[in-house]
Design a protein. Structure first.
Length: 286
C-alpha cells in the first residue's frame, strides 16, 4: 500500500496548494477592484488638464517654457521602467522588461544615450543581473501609489530636462485595458507635446494670466502622466496576478482529479488482490 500512501500525500499537497492559489486569486480580485477605481478616478483630472493645455498652447508659449522645449537633437534620454515588487503574476514583469529592453535598444540605435530608472524589485533584479547601468532604483512604492510617489519620481527628471541634462523622458508601464488585457507600453512624457485640440475653442477667462496658469499646469501635467502610469501598472499587476492564480487553481483541480482517480484504482486493485488471495487460500484448504 506504499503507492496508496504516496498518492494520498500528493493529494494533500495539491489540496494545500489549491487553497493558497485560490486565496491569492481572491485577494488579487479585491485589490484589482480598488486599483481599477483609482484608474477611473484619475481620468477626469487628466482630461481636464489636457483640454486646458491644448487650448492655451501656441508657438510663442513653446519658446518661453522649458518643458515645451523641442530639442533640435536628442542626445540623452531617461527611461523610467515601472515593474512590481512581487511575482506570482505570470508574464507581467517579463513583458514590461522586454518592452524596456526594446526601447533601450531603439534609443541606442539612434545614437541616443539612455539613462535607466527602475521602479520595482523585479525590474531591478533583472537589469542588475544583465549588468545594465541603473541611474536610480526605487522599491518603496507600494501597489497603492499616490500623487506624492509620482512627484518624487519625476521632479528631479523635470529639473534635468529644464537644465538641458536630458532631452527626453520615456515611461514604460502596463496599460490597464481590462482585467485580462494589460499590454506593456512606452510613452514619451518629456518634452510635453500638447495634444491636438478637438472641437471648438472654449472661451476661457484667464486669471491672473495665461503664462501663470501654464507655469503651474505644465509640471502638473507631467506629474499626472507619471501618476496615471503608476496606477494603471498597479491595476494591471493585480489583474495579471488574478489570472495567474486562477489558472493555477484550475490546474490544481485537474491534477487532483487525476490523482484521486489513480488512488481509487490502486485501492480497488489492492482490495481485489486481497479478496483473490482469501478465496485462493480457502480453496486450498478444501
Amino acid at each position: 500500500m506504499a503507492k496508496g500512501r504516496e498518492l494520498k500525500g500528493r493529494i494533500k499537497t495539491v489540496e494545500n496548494t489549491k487553497k493558497i492559489t485560490r486565496t491569492m486569486e481572491m485577494v488579487a480580485t479585491s485589490k484589482m477592484k480598488r486599483a481599477q477605481d483609482r484608474v477611473v478616478a484619475a481620468r477626469p483630472y487628466a482630461t481636464a488638464l489636457t483640454d486646458v493645455i491644448s487650448s492655451l498652447y501656441n508657438a510663442e508659449l513653446a519658446e518661453r517654457f522649458p518643458l515645451l522645449r523641442q530639442p533640435a537633437q536628442v542626445r540623452r534620454a531617461a527611461v523610467l521602467l515601472l515593474t512590481s515588487n512581487r511575482g506570482m503574476c505570470g508574464g507581467f514583469n517579463a513583458n514590461l522588461i522586454r518592452e524596456a529592453r526594446q526601447l533601450l535598444a531603439s534609443l541606442r540605435s539612434k545614437g541616443i544615450e539612455p539613462e535607466l530608472h527602475v521602479v520595482g524589485r523585479k525590474g531591478l533584479g533583472y537589469f542588475r543581473y544583465v549588468g545594465e547601468k541603473i541611474a536610480v532604483s526605487r522599491t518603496d512604492i507600494s501597489d497603492r501609489p499616490n500623487a506624492d510617489d509620482a512627484a518624487s519620481l519625476v521632479e528631479t527628471l523635470m529639473q534635468h530636462f529644464v537644465s538641458g541634462q536630458l532631452d527626453a523622458l520615456y515611461v514604460v508601464y502596463a496599460q490597464f485595458k481590462s482585467a485580462i488585457s494589460t499590454p506593456p507600453a512606452s510613452l514619451r512624457v518629456l518634452p510635453v507635446e500638447p495634444p491636438a485640440r478637438k472641437g471648438p475653442m472654449p472661451d476661457y477667462l484667464l486669471f491672473p494670466s495665461a503664462d501663470a496658469i501654464v507655469t503651474e499646469l505644465l509640471p502638473a501635467y507631467v506629474r499626472n502622466a507619471i501618476y496615471r502610469a503608476l496606477v494603471e501598472t498597479a491595476a494591471s499587476e493585480q489583474g495579471a496576478r488574478r489570472t495567474a492564480m486562477k489558472n493555477a487553481t484550475d490546474n490544481a483541480t485537474e491534477v487532483l482529479g487525476v490523482l484521486r482517480r489513480t488512488y481509487n484504482r490502486a485501492r480497488q486493485a489492492n482490495i481485489t488482490q486481497e479478496i483473490a488471495e482469501i478465496v485462493g487460500g480457502a480453496a486450498a484448504l478444501e
